[in-house]
Design a protein around this ligand. Structure first.
Ligand SMILES: Nc1ncnc2c1ncn2[C@@H]1O[C@H](COP(=O)(O)OP(=O)(O)OP(=O)(O)O)[C@@H](O)[C@H]1O
Ligand SMILES: [Mg+2]
Length: 318
């Protein structure tokens, strides 16, 4: 069952130096109970896409077209108040740096408890604090941490608090934007385990990462973004073992071990300036297979095999 349907979504940042085309005509579904990862180089629009789902695209950013359908509602059209109720209740979010979402001056237990009060699930702070302690146990923290302030916790512990807040009301979707990038590998693993545990209980995970190897380890499906475009989407096996887009191939070659320990090759060139993206296929200036048509026309999205789509002119000629 589809949980969220994103259709033709485009997001621009209106900066003084020009309009940044950060997300361009992106469409895909998030299925109930799946772990879907969005991968791509820095600046390709992953965070912008993730934030748009809960109306947190920062100014001067704006959704300029498209729909985000959830429970029969178009989230793009909701009022601020309606969105505030969905955020936290139906859709939870964790960020790369939990310090940005935690209040440095309040005990973490109270910050978890507040979710129950704010969404009127509980009316007494005493009950809410009890629930908060229960949640801390669930995310692997001793209950006494409830009385700590964020700065008294380690980065990994703070991320557990952020996850406790995001998961307090058992949302249907957890959006996690690079939640483990700032953590060491062992802590990173425990945080990923924690999210996987929630997935097993039925929560869908939208995981944003530039780390393709990490995505490959945990995901059901992988979405590859390049310069604001969704260029490929499929199951992990489809995307990793049988990549269809030259960018995905280049990305795979740049990751140690994913492709049988061959020599690591970095992708030549740089992602484009999204104030003035290349005409035609946005990847053409870096693509070893680029032809005339790639410089002129944007490629359509093609279903390469069932459930596996990619946008590349080369695929049409197969
Ligand atoms: N607040 C902003 N104002 C103007 N432009 C922005 C803003 N935030 C992002 N952008 C631009 O939008 C594009 C997409 O950025 P975004 O942060 O979504 O990328 P990302 O894939 O999440 O990158 P990273 O891996 O570095 O987090 C980039 O070109 C970026 O410069
Ligand atoms: Mg980002």
């Amino acid at each position: 069952m589809v949980l969220i349907k994103i259709k033709g979504l485009s997001i621009h940042y209106y900066t003084l130096s020009g309009i940044v085309h950060a997300v361009d005509n992106v469409s895909f579904d998030i299925v109930e109970g799946e772990w879907i990862s969005v991968v791509g180089e820095s600046g390709c629009g992953k965070s912008t896409l993730a934030y748009s789902i809960i109306d947190l695209v920062p100014p001067p950013g704006r959704i300029v077209s498209g729909e985000i359908l959830f429970n029969g509602k178009n989230l793009v059209k909701l009022s601020r108040e309606e969105m505030r109720m969905i955020r936290g209740k139906d859709i939870g979010m964790v960020f790369q740096d939990p310090m940005t979402s935690l209040d440095p001056l309040r005990r973490v237990g109270d910050q978890v408890a507040e979710v129950f009060i704010e969404h009127r699930v509980l009316s007494s702070w005493r009950d809410a604090r009890e629930k908060a302690r229960e949640l801390l146990r669930k995310v692997g923290l001793p209950e006494d941490r409830a009385s700590y302030y964020p700065h008294q916790l380690s980065g990994g512990q703070r991320q557990r608090i952020a996850i406790a807040i995001a998961m307090a009301l058992q949302p249907k979707l957890l959006i996690a934007d690079e939640p483990t990038t700032a953590l060491d590998v062992i802590v990173q693993d425990t945080i990923m385990d924690l999210m996987e545990g929630f997935k097993k209980q039925g929560t869908s995970i939208l995981f944003i990462t530039h780390d393709l190897a990490l995505a490959a380890e945990r995901s059901d499906r992988i979405a590859v973004m390049y310069a604001g475009k969704l260029v490929e989407l499929g199951s992990v096996d489809q995307v990793i073992d049988n990549p269809a887009h030259p960018y995905t191939v280049a990305l795979l070659k740049s990751v140690p071990d994913l492709w049988g320990g061959k020599k690591i090759e970095s992708i030549p060139g740089y992602p484009p300036d999204l104030r003035d993206p290349p005409r035609g296929c946005r990847f053409h200036p870096r693509c070893p297979f680029a032809r005339d048509i790639c410089r002129k026309e944007g490629p359509e999205t093609i279903e390469v095999e069932q459930g596996h789509i990619a946008s590349c002119h080369l695929l049409r000629r197969r």
